[in-house]
Design a protein. Structure first.
Ligand SMILES: *[C@@H]1O[C@H](CO)[C@@H](O)[C@H](O)[C@H]1NC(C)=O
Ligand SMILES: *[C@@H]1O[C@H](CO)[C@@H](O)[C@H](O)[C@H]1NC(C)=O
Ligand SMILES: *[C@@H]1O[C@H](CO)[C@@H](O)[C@H](O)[C@H]1NC(C)=O
Ligand SMILES: *[C@@H]1O[C@H](CO)[C@@H](O)[C@H](O)[C@H]1NC(C)=O
Ligand SMILES: *[C@@H]1O[C@H](CO)[C@@H](O)[C@H](O)[C@H]1NC(C)=O
Ligand SMILES: *[C@@H]1O[C@H](CO)[C@@H](O)[C@H](O)[C@H]1NC(C)=O
Ligand SMILES: *[C@@H]1O[C@H](CO)[C@@H](O)[C@H](O)[C@H]1NC(C)=O
Ligand SMILES: *[C@@H]1O[C@H](CO)[C@@H](O)[C@H](O)[C@H]1NC(C)=O
Length: 344
């Protein structure tokens, strides 16, 4: 008993030293999780990356980033270019490889889908030509930002995308080419589940994604997001093609923080509602190549933040309300307004 009393403080002291040492090593040798590191390397190796090529004339990349060049086996992946780690736990939470010149298939079994802690994923402007958005995307439930714009992906978007309930920004747009043979399709059921689950969505860019099967009732679910939505791009989506009635803009009485709205090349064919004047934060309004008719509502000129207004190729009647009226209502200059009104 006596010897135990003697031993106890001695043991406790050693235990304390051991704890200190563990803390110290885990702090100094903090490394990206081994699993994440190998998933990233396998992801990189599944593509061909030509580091001597330059972006083509039509590319939106001014240069390629080639961030993956800094990815080497045996080094801390939290230090790699394009990779962001959680400071506490060292798992990968962010990956930005936009304009990295990744060429190849984004396969269904891609190791990217193993990075379960990812919050931000940007693979924009790479070439995964012909790949689709696989079911694995639904495993990345922590994603707040997903950007797969201009990656050449096509086909049906997996319905598991609706598992991404934390999404704040989703960009699946493609403006490099309008190859309708190779389009992405977002089905009506997936749309509905996504819009109802991703209640924090602020940015939705679906330019050239085929959503033509979405009906009016499903479209109006956007109203549930109206207090958060800042950017909505549904241009060239085939939207409205299958609506039975004249398409009314789904934004009557919206009073939202919306700053960017593009519905160009959709078949909306109603008049522009007077209530568009409620969208007072709009800076970009694209309504070209629809079938809007009737007289432009004067409330349009209440949109004092507008810097781009595209009304071209519609069936408006009458005159555009005179520009001076518009300018006098814009007291908070400087204003750089580009109004495109050919064949109004
Ligand atoms: C890589 O790009 C360069 C420059 O465009 C080109 O000359 C070369 O053939 C490409 N390499 C491969 C393997 O495609
Ligand atoms: C993915 O599947 C293909 C065959 O379909 C296989 O060759 C490849 O090794 C698999 N990749 C991984 C990371 O499991
Ligand atoms: C996508 O799914 C729809 C219906 O589920 C089907 O009609 C269409 O052919 C599919 N498209 C592709 C590219 O697989
Ligand atoms: C909504 O998101 C949660 C969390 O990811 C998921 O468990 C659920 O299945 C999703 N619901 C739908 C309808 O996709
Ligand atoms: C997606 O990424 C591209 C390239 O980095 C960028 O230009 C674009 O603005 C991003 N989209 C969103 C919604 O942030
Ligand atoms: C969507 O909004 C409508 C009307 O504002 C509301 O009745 C409905 O409960 C909302 N749906 C969900 C799933 O939040
Ligand atoms: C818009 O609001 C007005 C007045 O608040 C109301 O009379 C009208 O029914 C509303 N329209 C829609 C489409 O909700
Ligand atoms: C536009 O502004 C005028 C006065 O500045 C106001 O009377 C009108 O109600 C506004 N309309 C809208 C739709 O906000």
């Amino acid at each position: 008993m006596g010897s135990f009393c003697f031993l106890f403080p001695y043991l406790a002291f050693h235990l304390f030293l051991l704890m200190l040492l563990t803390l110290f090593t885990s702090y100094t040798f903090s490394m990206c999780k081994h699993h994440d590191s190998s998933a990233l390397l396998q992801f990189k190796n599944s593509f061909f990356i030509n580091t001597s090529s330059q972006p083509g004339f039509w590319s939106h990349c001014s240069s390629f980033s080639f961030k993956t060049e800094s990815w080497k086996t045996g080094t801390d992946c939290c230090e790699w270019d394009g990779v962001t780690c959680d400071i506490m736990y060292d798992y990968v939470i962010g990956l930005d490889l936009s304009c990295n010149n990744l060429n190849g298939e984004l396969a269904a079994n891609s190791t990217i889908f193993q990075l379960k802690h990812l919050q931000q994923l940007n693979l924009a402007f790479n070439d995964f030509f012909g790949s689709s958005v696989h079911a694995g995307i639904g495993d990345l439930v922590k994603l707040t930002h997903l950007n797969l714009s201009n990656t050449g992906i096509s086909g049906n978007i997996s319905s598991t995308i609706s598992h991404l309930s934390k999404l704040v920004s989703l960009d699946l747009s493609s403006y490099s080419y309008w190859n309708m043979e190779q389009k992405l399709e977002l089905g009506p059921l997936t749309w509905k589940k996504l819009i109802l689950n991703a209640t924090n969505l602020r940015e939705l860019h679906l330019n050239t994604v085929d959503i033509s099967l979405i009906r009016e009732r499903s479209l109006s679910l956007l109203r549930n997001l109206s207090s958060s939505l800042v950017a909505l791009d549904l241009s060239i989506t085939g939207l409205q093609e299958n609506f039975p009635s004249y398409g009314k803009l789904p934004l009557s009485n919206w009073s939202t923080p919306l700053r960017y709205l593009d519905l160009s090349y959709t078949a909306f064919s109603d008049e522009i509602p007077y209530s568009i004047g409620n969208l007072k934060y709009l800076t970009h309004l694209g309504l070209s190549n629809c079938n809007f008719y009737a007289v432009l509502p004067l409330s349009l000129w209440n949109l004092t933040q507008l810097t781009k207004l595209d009304l071209s190729t519609n069936n408006f009647s009458g005159e555009i309300p005179p520009l001076y009226y518009f300018q006098t209502s814009h007291t908070s200059l400087p204003l750089v307004l580009e109004i495109i009104t050919s064949t109004v």
